[in-house]
Design a protein around this ligand. Structure first.
Ligand SMILES: *Cc1c(COP(=O)(O)O)cnc(C)c1O
Length: 388
């Protein structure tokens, strides 16, 4: 069943395009599904705010009681402005600037997820200069292949993220020497759009190994943070609107050895917000080519860059012609002056015409937040199901 019934299509057709259409009922169901899996367990979910910073989305996630994972000072500020408490904020990122670190220290955030030894030294120095002790977790690079697109793989030694296992001895030495950092946790995040659950099982094994090493050196660890990365079904967004959180969390329940009193933290981004939005666009022209016909939309890589950036797949639907058979192939492209501005090639659609309304599905994560003004495009709007 499509989320676009005749009544909704009629309303959407009256709205100027392009815009992101949010159905926050899906977000609500997603948040409930997560809560159901973690309740009663020492599990805490930080929403990775970089996936979507839309105010209504944040309000709903905040009211569900989630924490936040930020990767910049402005994201910390945004989270605070939306009511998240400083002590619910984790701050990751390989290149935190001095002013961002100071801002986090001033606000008293929950933890700095430290990604390199040089960063550890800078955080210690800045904390000292402010008369503070920085709460930290160490982000490790577990050298695990997330089996996803190479641009969203983050947990291999060749990637820029985290501290490598071979740096452990020098890390232990610094942790003992530095007076203005307080080690709270161990942090991992191996990539995004991960659909092979054995990857998370491998992660658990690496975490267990590393925990032992810290224990041997008598470092107490209060929390383990296994990051985010759970994938969503971009091919069948209606069938699979809510990701399989049960299987995801059960991998950690089964394979991660939590110590007495320890908390397990997660940083889910995409799996929370991807399915609650579609990018809505109108057909400007249908242009006949030699090998293929082009459908030229009024939305492009400036509104949704994922296909151009990571060759990612999004389901494209002609919702003005839902009752007709999808028996023609089109290349669906945007208006931007770049050949990579293409949403998909040889997409099966019904006979498509100027002014048909097209939905590009599953665009709630890394969609609106990655929009740009290249070609001096207007800022893309957001419309909500309860407003139309
Ligand atoms: C981006 C990011 C996440 C969220 O990843 P998803 O694939 O969207 O779940 C979590 N943690 C860190 C450190 C990140 O950079």
């Amino acid at each position: 069943m499509s989320m676009f019934n005749t009544d909704i299509v009629e309303k959407l057709e009256a709205i100027p395009t392009p815009f992101y259409y949010y159905d926050l009922r899906i977000l609500n169901q997603t948040l409930n599904a997560i809560q159901q899996e973690v309740q009663g367990l020492p599990y805490l979910v930080h929403y990775a705010i970089k996936a979507n910073t839309n105010t209504k989305v944040l309000e709903q996630i905040h009211s569900a009681g989630f924490g936040v994972d930020c990767v910049s000072g402005n994201e910390i500020n945004c989270a605070l402005n939306h009511g998240f408490k400083a002590n619910q904020i984790a701050f990751a990122g390989v290149g935190k600037s001095d002013s961002e670190i100071k801002f986090g220290l001033e606000k008293g955030i929950f933890t700095f997820n430290i990604e390199s030894i040089p960063e550890l030294l800078v955080v210690n120095d800045l904390a000292k200069s402010m008369g503070k002790i920085a709460p930290i977790a160490i982000r490790f690079n577990p050298n695990i292949n997330a089996k996803t697109h190479h641009y969203i793989t983050t947990g291999l030694e060749e990637n820029k993220f985290g501290i490598n296992f071979w740096e452990l001895d020098s890390l232990f030495e610094f942790l003992r020497k530095l007076d203005n950092v307080n080690l709270l946790g161990l942090h991992f995040h191996i990539g995004s759009q991960i659909t092979d659950m054995s990857v998370f099982k491998s992660l658990c094994n690496r975490v267990n190994e590393l925990q032992k090493l810290f224990k041997e050196k008598s470092f107490a660890i209060q929390h383990i943070n296994v990051g985010g990365g759970l994938g969503v079904n971009y091919h069948e967004p209606d069938m699979d609107a809510i990701p399989d959180f049960k299987t995801f969390f059960s991998v950690f329940k089964q394979f991660l050895d939590l110590q007495q009193g320890q908390e397990l933290h997660f940083e889910l981004g995409r799996s929370i917000v991807a399915q609650c939005a579609s990018l809505m666009s109108r057909v400007l022209y249908v242009k006949e080519g030699i090998k293929t016909n082009f459908v030229i939309l009024d939305a492009g890589m400036t509104e949704l860059i994922r296909p151009a950036l990571y060759q990612s797949y999004h389901k494209v639907e002609n919702i003005s012609k839902q009752k007709q058979e999808s028996n023609l192939k089109y290349d669906v492209v945007g208006p931007i002056c770049e050949s990579s501005d293409c949403f998909g090639k040889a997409i099966l659609m019904p006979h498509t015409e100027r002014n048909d309304l097209i939905a590009i599905r599953s665009t709630g994560a890394y969609g609106e937040v990655m929009a740009s003004s290249y070609n001096l495009r207007d800022k893309v709007k957001a419309i909500y199901h309860d407003e139309i």
